[in-house]
Write a protein that binds this ligand. Structure first.
Ligand SMILES: NC(=O)c1ccc[n+]([C@@H]2O[C@H](COP(=O)([O-])OP(=O)(O)OC[C@H]3O[C@@H](n4cnc5c(N)ncnc54)[C@H](O)[C@@H]3O)[C@@H](O)[C@H]2O)c1
Length: 350
C-alpha cells in the first residue's frame, strides 16, 4: 500500500518529531526543507534513525530545497508520479515563525509563508494530491478577552506572522470551495509547543535572545543568561503572572497523525482545530516546576507588562478531542524535563 507522506519543514523542531512518529508507524517520510532553521542534529539523527533500522531502511527521504522553488517541488512530485505513486497527504510546516522578526522584516514573512504555500498548493493541485494538514497557530486569534479560545472566535492577529497564518487559512478555504469534493484540509492551531522527544535527539534552534519562554528558561538554567524576564506581576491570575497553555511536542505531533488519518478516511472537508491541553500554567508555576524536576535554579526579575500581552490564553480543545479522539498525555513536569534534557544533550544554541 502507498504510505508516502510529504512533510515540508520536516527537519525543524515540530517537523522532526512528526517525521519520527510517522516513520515509527511505517510510513515513507519524504521531507522537504531548506534547512534555513533546522538544527543540524535533527537532520543527522533522522538519517541515522532510518539507516540503522534494517527493516525500515531508507524510509526517510530528505530533499533539500525551498518551497518557493516551483521547479524543485515539481520535480519531486513528478518523480513520485512516474513511479505510479503519490503522496497520501502533505503536512505543511515549512515557514518562518518569529513574531519580532515578522515585524522587522514583514516582506520576508509574506514571501516565505504565503508565496511558499501558494507554490506548494499549485504543485499539489497539478499532481492531484489534495490532502493537507497545515501548521497554523493560536496567534490567529490575536488579543481576545475570552480565556478559553474556541475555533469559531474571529481571527484578529496583531502581528505580520499571525496575519500570514490567517491568510493561508483563507487561501485553503478558497481552494476547498473551488473543489469541495476532493480537497481534505485541516488547519491545526497550535498553542505553545514545548518539550522534546525523551531521547533528546530532536530539538529546536534558538538564538541567545529567544522570544519564547522555554528556550529562555533553558538558557538561564544553563548559565547562558543571568535571569529570566517576567513581564507583569499584576495580572488577574492566582500569582499575578500570565497564564499560557503549553503542549508537549510529542502530543502535538500525534495530533497530526490523527488529523491525517481522519482526513483520509472521512469525506472531503475543511477543519480548523486547536491543539492545546486546555490547561493553563502561570509563569511562576512554570519556573517552580522547571526548578523542581530539573534540580536547578532559575533567577528571574519582574518587568512591566509588554504592550499587547494578555493575562490568559488557553485552548478550548473539545473539538479536537471529539473529532480525532486526541487526548494530550504529557504533564507540565514532562515538558520541563524533556526540554532541559534535550538542551543539555544538544546545546543547539551554543
Ligand atoms: N514552535 C511554535 O511555537 C509554533 C507555534 C505555532 C505554529 N507554529 C508553526 O509550526 C511550523 C513549524 O514550527 P517549528 O517550531 O517546527 O519551526 P522550525 O523553524 O523549527 O521549523 C520550520 C522548518 O521549515 C524550514 N523552512 C523554513 N522556510 C522554508 C522554505 N522556504 N522552504 C523549505 N523549508 C523551509 C526550516 O528550515 C525549518 O526546518 C511553522 O509553520 C510555525 O509557524 C510553530
Amino acid at each position: 500500500m502507498n504510505k508516502k507522506v510529504l512533510i515540508s519543514g520536516g527537519t525543524g523542531y515540530i517537523g522532526s518529531h512528526i517525521s519520527l512518529q510517522l516513520y515509527k508507524l511505517g510510513f515513507d517520510v519524504h521531507i522537504v526543507d531548506s534547512f534555513v532553521n533546522s538544527p543540524g542534529k535533527n537532520l543527522e539523527n533522522l538519517k541515522n534513525f532510518s539507516n540503522k533500522d534494517k527493516n525500515f531502511k531508507n524510509r526517510i527521504f530528505i530533499n533539500e530545497g525551498d518551497i518557493r522553488d516551483r521547479k524543485f517541488l515539481d520535480e519531486l512530485f513528478l518523480d513520485i508520479s512516474k513511479r505510479k505513486e503519490m503522496f497520501l497527504a502533505v503536512i505543511h510546516l515549512a515557514g518562518l515563525k518569529s513574531v519580532p522578526e515578522s515585524i522587522s522584516d514583514p516582506l520576508r514573512y509574506w514571501d516565505v509563508n504565503v508565496n511558499g504555500t501558494i507554490n506548494l498548493l499549485n504543485v499539489m493541485k497539478k499532481y492531484n494530491c489534495k490532502s493537507i494538514i497545515f501548521s497554523s497557530s493560536a496567534t490567529v486569534y490575536g488579543n481576545v478577552k475570552e480565556t478559553f479560545l474556541r475555533e469559531d472566535l474571529p481571527c484578529n492577529p496583531c502581528n505580520p506572522y499571525g496575519e500570514t497564518k490567517v491568510v493561508i487559512e483563507k487561501i485553503l478555504s478558497n481552494i476547498f470551495t473551488s473543489d469541495p469534493d476532493n480537497w481534505r484540509i485541516c488547519n491545526l492551531r497550535y498553542f505553545n509547543p514545548v518539550g522534546a522527544d525523551p531521547s533528546g535527539l530532536f530539538g529546536e534552534k534558538f538564538s541567545y535572545n529567544p522570544s519564547n519562554l522555554f528556550p529562555y528558561l533553558n538558557l538561564v538554567a544553563g548559565g547562558k543568561k543571568k535571569y529570566l524576564r517576567v513581564f507583569g506581576k499584576d495580572w488577574p491570575t492566582k500569582d499575578g503572572t500570565a497564564i499560557r497553555d503549553y503542549i508537549h511536542v510529542c502530543d502535538l505531533s500525534y495530533g497530526h497523525i490523527l488529523a491525517m488519518n481522519y482526513l483520509l478516511f472521512k469525506k472531503s472537508q475543511i477543519l480548523n482545530l486547536n491543539l492545546g491541553t486546555g490547561k493553563g500554567t502561570t509563569v511562576l508555576e512554570l519556573i517552580k516546576t522547571f526548578e523542581r524536576v530539573n534540580n536547578c535554579t532559575i533567577k528571574y526579575e519582574f518587568e512591566d507588562r509588554r504592550p499587547g500581552d494578555v493575562s490568559s490564553l488557553i485552548a478550548d480543545n473539545n473539538l479536537s478531542k471529539k473529532i480525532f479522539k486526541w487526548y494530550p498525555q504529557k504533564s507540565i513536569e514532562e515538558m520541563c524535563k524533556d526540554s532541559w534534557n534535550c538542551f543539555i544533550k544538544n546545546k543547539y544554541a551554543i
